[in-house]
Design a protein around this ligand. Structure first.
Ligand SMILES: NC(=O)c1ccc[n+]([C@@H]2O[C@H](COP(=O)([O-])OP(=O)(O)OC[C@H]3O[C@@H](n4cnc5c(N)ncnc54)[C@H](OP(=O)(O)O)[C@@H]3O)[C@@H](O)[C@H]2O)c1
Length: 333
């Protein structure tokens, strides 16, 4: 066990784009677990677009304040325990923050199975997989033969959404940045079409990619892409609002998408936001489905693992710029 605990602080809340200057690597004394707490060693930190949104203010969780340890979820391993029911060697999922070690209350810890590879606990069997599953199947509710479009399609949530929609017998259109990502979606993941939103205006290319219109749009990005999809939606279509990554990393957005509420009215659209925790009661059933699809080879899991705690800021900055394919995480120990 090291004697010092490396930590990454958010030293300043960014006003514009997030950069390395907003973080600082520092060292602190090893935390000592109190009664009811455990000492946990961080193994893999989950990089999430939402990490950037937390710097803008309170969301579904409180804001990350300047001067504090950068918040983040991770798979961690217990090394000492003062909490009944938790023992050294147990794996847990928790908001550990970006650091080597953390003392956590044992009360709300989610114990994880020790599976191979461990990284799947953050990708397909973690928040990403469950978000894709519930957002698509409970909010989007696609029927076989319908057209499903998904943005940030080559990212961790999006790449799973498209594949689950294929499993459910839908026609799938992915929207992603760059020709390479688009080729990967159609060639490797079995999407029916992919549209590169960086190659030019989306309206025409999206119409060509979804000639029968869109029945379900799984929105990870908001902004102009949401607007383009709104105009292609079919009558009684459903829009699952999962996130708005186009609006996380920068100043305030000037305007919302055109077509709201007019298109919602005339096309009888449903637009529904959700947070993955809303479906906690169905978690085990969802995991069983995801497991069976992975084992049957129907669901390909793409991961993007960066080595070293010190590289976590760079990993998040890169994720916001679209450097990742699939689930990005940092291997700490
Ligand atoms: N509601 C929930 O419970 C829940 C839970 C987890 C995640 N989420 C949401 O799911 C979405 C995906 O998050 P993630 O953590 O899985 O990240 P991710 O999709 O793995 O990575 C983010 C991707 O967003 C794309 N992107 C960045 N800026 C963009 C822009 N201006 N326009 C369009 N695309 C842009 C980039 O891909 P390109 O190369 O394609 O640009 C990048 O790879 C986020 O909106 C997040 O907030 C929601």
């Amino acid at each position: 066990m090291t004697e010092r605990n490396r930590q990454i602080l958010l030293v300043e809340t960014p006003k514009g784009k997030l950069g390395p200057e907003h973080f600082r690597l520092t060292e602190a004394a090893m935390p000592v677990p109190k009664e009811g707490e455990v000492l946990a060693r961080v193994r893999y930190i989950s990089l999430d677009a939402a990490n950037r949104a937390w710097m803008q203010g309170a969301t579904y969780r409180s804001a990350v304040e300047a001067g504090s340890i950068m918040a983040g979820a991770a798979v961690a391993e217990i090394v000492a325990s003062n909490s009944p029911g938790l023992a050294p060697g147990d794996l847990v999922f928790a908001d550990t923050g970006w650091q080597d070690y953390v003392a956590l209350s044992g009360k709300r810890l989610v114990k994880l199975p020790r599976i191979e590879p461990l990284t799947y606990l953050l990708s397909v069997y973690g928040i990403a997989g469950l978000t894709a599953y519930f957002g698509l199947l409970r909010v989007g509710r696609p029927a076989p033969g319908e057209t499903v479009a998904v943005s940030a399609a080559a990212g961790s949530v999006g790449s799973l959404v498209g594949q689950i929609a294929k499993i459910k017998g839908c026609r799938v259109v992915g929207i992603a940045g760059g020709a390479e990502k688009c080729a990967w979606l159609t060639r490797e993941l079995g999407f029916d079409a992919a549209v590169d939103y960086k190659a030019g205006p989306l309206f025409k290319t999206l119409k060509d990619a979804a000639p029968k219109g869109i029945d379900v749009y799984f929105d990870n990005v908001g902004g102009d892409i949401l607007e383009a999809c709104l105009f292609q939606m079919n009558q009684r279509g459903r829009i699952a609002c999962c996130g708005a990554v186009s609006q996380y990393d920068g100043g305030p957005q000037p305007h919302g998408p055109r077509g709201v509420p007019g298109l919602l009215v005339v096309k009888r659209l449903t637009m529904q936001g959700f947070i993955v925790m809303d479906y906690d009661a169905e978690r085990e059933a969802a995991l069983a489905d995801l497991r069976s699809w992975v084992e049957a080879g129907q669901l390909k899991v793409q991961e993007d693992v960066i080595e070293g705690l010190e590289n976590t800021p760079r990993a998040l900055i890169g994720l916001l710029a679209g450097d990742n394919r699939g689930k990005r995480m940092v291997h700490v120990s």
